[in-house]
Design a protein around this ligand. Structure first.
Ligand code: TYM
Length: 359
């Protein structure tokens, strides 16, 4: 290989329902990429056990639901590989190797671990701490070059690059000797002449990289917020969507005409960002239309738009989840395709490390 084959990898955890943040920050942005390069979209079930083991049936159901959401959003199993992580053993194997590459200090800096472990760090699972290494393994088992995610995954992607760089450096001689590296277009003291793992590019862009809670514009919209009014779930019906937007927190002022005017107005900024992402435009364009108007006029327009965009998807998700055997077929075919890429990568990684191959 003279250069890395462009390849997209991304995933969502099957913990509860998907919400508008997952859709606008990630899944909706994956759809056009399918026509640009090979794409792999994973339901990351091994990640879903790091905080605690969910009820077994709920985990199974959520895995199928997330798969249905991918498909309803426009991820096409004929164009993309769709599978659930636990079915491809190479993720776990590479994660172990990366446990031995990543440094404690690197993981100690991860803000998401600090947030999720809270005050009770001593009682958090080792899996929750090592989780970013598994995420790096997810990506690098396919030597993926592009990872479209929301803003909250940025630090994990930096860690993925640190892991790739350390592996490439630590095994530089061996990678060169085995002739399985890819020439580094920009060799530097930090990176050797040949690379085994690509330096993955994060793709974090657009008006919806960080959708905030509808109840508090300073908090991220998340599955774990105890208030259901804080988020729009992808399986909410039209009434629920309208109610949540109607009740969304705002300030008393009219919308500004310029993006600058959204500064220090987190709730207004969030709702305008949601409108922009749903209408596939920009905050500037939305403010051109709505600048000077009150929330009493903007909210109904946002609500109509959200229902128009989300309702067909919700219906399609319902249709798909009614037939789990079809979903399982998609996941099975996807796992086979994913294994066909990851197995040879792990074979080379074992060789680079020097694990004796006797089979
Ligand atoms: P997860 O399951 O928490 O979220 C899935 C995707 O949704 C994005 N997201 C948001 N985007 C905008 N606004 C929000 N409020 C919001 N909340 C979530 C996330 O950034 C993400 O893109 N560790 C990952 C899953 C993962 C992964 C991977 C991703 C595991 N391995 C490899 C990419 C590549 C996670 O927990 O995402």
């Amino acid at each position: 290989m003279t250069e890395f084959q462009p390849r997209v990898f991304s995933g969502v955890q099957p913990t509860g329902n998907l919400h508008l943040g997952n859709y606008l920050g990630a899944v909706s942005r994956w759809v056009p990429l399918q026509d640009q390069m090979p794409t792999i979209f994973c339901v990351v079930d091994s990640h879903a056990i790091t905080a605690s083991f969910p009820n077994a049936q709920e985990l199974t159901d959520a895995t199928r639901e997330v798969t249905a959401a991918y498909m309803a959003a426009g991820i096409d199993p004929k164009k993309s590989i769709i599978f659930n992580q636990s079915q491809v053993r190479e993720h776990a194997e590479l994660a172990w190797i990366f446990n031995c590459v990543a440094r404690m200090g690197w993981l100690n800096r991860m803000t998401q671990f600090k947030e999720k472990a809270g005050k009770n760090k001593e009682n958090a699972s080792v899996g929750l701490f090592a989780y970013p290494n598994l995420m790096a393994a997810d990506i690098l088992a396919y030597r993926a070059t592009h990872v479209p995610v929301g803003d909250d995954q940025k630090q994990h992607l930096e860690l993925t690059r640190d892991i790739a760089a350390k592996f490439n450096n630590d095994f530089a001689e061996r990678i060169k000797e085995l002739g399985i590296g890819v020439p580094n277009p920009t060799p530097s003291p930090e990176l050797p002449e040949y690379l085994y793992f690509p330096m993955t590019e994060p793709m974090i862009a657009g008006p919806a990289t960080r959708i905030m809670s509808l109840r508090d514009g300073t908090k991220k919209m998340s599955k774990s917020d105890p208030s259901d009014l804080s988020r729009i779930n992808l399986n909410d019906d039209a009434d629920a969507i309208s109610k949540k937007i109607r009740k969304a927190k705002t300030d008393p002022d009219a919308l500004p005409s310029e993006v600058d005017g959204l500064k220090d107005r987190p709730e207004a900024d969030n709702l305008v960002g949601i409108y922009a992402a749903l209408s596939q435009s920009s905050k500037e364009a939305v403010l051109k239309d709505f600048g000077g108007q009150q929330f009493s006029a903007f909210k109904p327009a946002l609500s109509d738009l959200a229902v128009e965009k989300l309702a067909p998807m919700t219906d399609e998700m319902r249709r798909l989840t009614a037939d789990p055997t079809e979903i399982d077929k998609v996941l099975k075919a996807g796992a086979e395709q994913a294994s066909a890429i990851a197995e040879p990568v792990l074979k080379e990684v074992r060789k680079i490390i020097g694990f004796l191959d006797v089979r």
